[in-house]
Design a protein. Structure first.
Length: 514
């Protein structure tokens, strides 16, 4: 779809109301693809519109990449990997560039947070304090690894050639051209999670942001250039999943695909990548249990459980969307969470007082309100919320569902909205663990208790890549993150992520024994 800038509303100033001068300027030009260090229109000339989910207004147009553009981007990444300045750099030179990206993110924090607010819809205040700040921390943390990706020396025992000795060692090599496909819920942060370790390890990259939220990644592209990332090392292609995304997975030069998104698309990617056995890492959906025991400190547990589901309007793969509350504190917890939900300030991302923004798009709005209808039809009751909020934009009230049973769709399926299903339980026993683990997912879990023994016993039995005790959603760059079961393959963050972005090579040299 070819479209001029801001076609739906001739009044661009309305769509850009409340934005700083620099961001207005950034949005008033059609944004282009970053390929081989140059900003270029899609070969087809196509563009698509970016909509502010708080009011449905078009805030920008961006280039719509397809296979032709993706193949060009992969060729640029390949050239940068084999013959550009990147492979010749020392680890320390790479580390300094990766660190500088973090500094520049902080320098441009306001601008990036504004972009997230009008693109994804999230509150500016959180975008700045969480998305931008944690993105910067991710680059700082990963910069440190560039100089520490070591191998080992290995004593060999098996010797077919008497008189020969061996010197054997391992080394970690970059994988090569990496394709990275990211979702819309944390646009900048997901780009940081993907790019920072891949760069630290010396790979080159083709990154595709989600079509709903391409803006901060494009601004990040400019920042990467300012930080000194050589041409072609990071290429950014905006476009749709079935075209641009699929073209990345299909390209034979791409050696590895890192994907964050839905479980459904994760499976499509695995099938497509099987053709040439690309390395694939996947961070997919979740339906995480959050368990509150009778002995929990409710002053922590109640706001903690509310935040576990309502933060980012519930658009988080780790959202604590199945709440298990022990019967002694059930009423108090339900009342407490409902009271918090009613006080949360829902509103547009650019309003500094907003705590809950809109859902990202009309598609998500239809999906989440569809789940609310399904819950009501199947007999769930809303202790709070349950409706659309306001008259424009894609807002949904923070919702706590009770009278839920395990057959209901709202209990079983990932909603990706501010909707939590609460279930009462009697005893801390195997049945509680069975219920908590009774899902196809295994991404995260929460537990609130003062009993140290129970905390250890339960944590060890939960099928989840991350377990948070008396806290929730702690996603530090040092902590490995990823899922059991259908929540994904592999771990991001921490040094575990370098399993994805390096190949381990064994080198064995023979020399005459004395
Ligand atoms: P959601 O359901 O949360 O919108 P998706 O899994 O559909 O998430 O999308 C996450 C990312 O995957 C986006 O960047 C999207 O463009 C991309 N994508 C969607 N379909 C495909 C596909 N068939 N191949 C590659 N990438 C895809």
């Amino acid at each position: 779809m070819n479209s001029p800038v801001l076609p739906r509303s001739a009044d661009a100033s309305k769509a850009h109301e409340g934005l700083s001068e620099g961001v207005r300027r950034f949005l008033s030009e059609p944004r282009k693809l970053l390929i081989g260090g140059k900003w270029m229109a899609a070969a087809s000339g196509k563009t698509f519109e970016v909509v502010n989910p708080a009011n449905g207004r078009v805030v920008a147009t961006v280039a719509e990449a397809d296979k032709t553009d993706v193949d060009l981007a992969v060729a640029a990444a390949d050239k940068a990997f084999t013959s550009g300045p990147w492979p010749k750099m020392t680890p320390s030179e790479r580390a300094k560039i990766v660190w500088r990206i973090g500094d520049l993110l902080m320098k441009h924090a306001d601008e990036l947070a504004e972009l997230e607010a009008v693109d994804n819809g999230k509150p500016f205040t959180y975008a700045k304090a969480v998305d931008v700040a944690v993105s910067a921390e991710t680059f700082y943390y990963m910069a440190g690894w560039a100089t520490k990706l070591e191998g080992s020396t290995l004593p060999l025992s098996y010797n077919l050639a008497p008189g020969t000795a061996y010197h054997a060692y391992t080394m970690r090599c970059p994988v090569g051209v990496v394709g990275q496909i990211i979702p819309w819920n944390f646009p900048l942060l997901m780009a940081a999670w993907k790019l920072a370790p891949a760069l630290a390890a010396g790979n080159t990259i083709v990154l595709k942001p989600a079509e709903e939220t391409p803006l901060s990644a494009l601004r990040l592209g400019e920042i990467l250039q300012e930080a000194g990332v050589p041409d072609g090392v990071v290429n950014i292609v905006t476009g749709f999943g079935e075209t641009a995304g699929a073209a990345i997975v299909a390209n034979k030069t791409v050696r590895k695909v890192a994907f964050t998104g839905s479980t459904e698309v994760g499976k499509i990617i695995v099938r497509a990548a099987a053709d040439d056995l690309k390395r694939v890492s996947l961070e997919l959906g979740g339906k995480s249990p959050n368990i509150i025991l009778d002995d929990a400190d409710l002053e922590q547990a109640i706001p903690g459980a509310a935040n576990a589901i309502f933060f980012n309007s519930g658009q988080m793969c780790t959202a604590g969307s199945r709440l298990f509350v022990q019967e002694g504190v059930y009423e108090q917890v339900i009342e407490g969470i409902a009271a918090i939900a009613k006080q949360l300030k829902v509103g547009p991302g650019l309003d500094p007082s907003s705590q809950i923004g809109p859902l990202v798009s009309d598609v998500q709005f239809q999906r989440v309100t569809g789940y609310l209808r399904s819950g009501a039809e199947q007999g769930a009751k809303a202790a709070c919320g349950g409706q659309r909020w306001g008259k424009e934009g894609y807002f949904v009230e923070p919702t706590l569902l009770v009278d839920v049973n395990s057959e209901m769709k709202v209990y079983r399926e990932e909603i990706f909205g501010p909707v939590v299903s609460a279930v009462r339980f009697k005893d801390v026993d195997e049945e509680l663990i069975r219920q908590a683990n009774d899902t196809i997912y295994g991404l995260a879990a929460g537990l609130w208790t003062r009993d140290l023994a129970k905390a250890h016993q339960i944590s060890s039995k939960l099928d989840a890549g991350s377990v948070w005790v008396n806290t929730y959603n702690v996603l530090d760059p040092a902590l490995p993150f990823g899922g059991f079961k259908q929540s994904g393959w592999g771990r991001e963050q921490g040094h575990a992520v370098f399993e994805h972005y390096t190949e381990l090579k064994s080198v064995c040299m023979a020399y005459p024994a004395q």
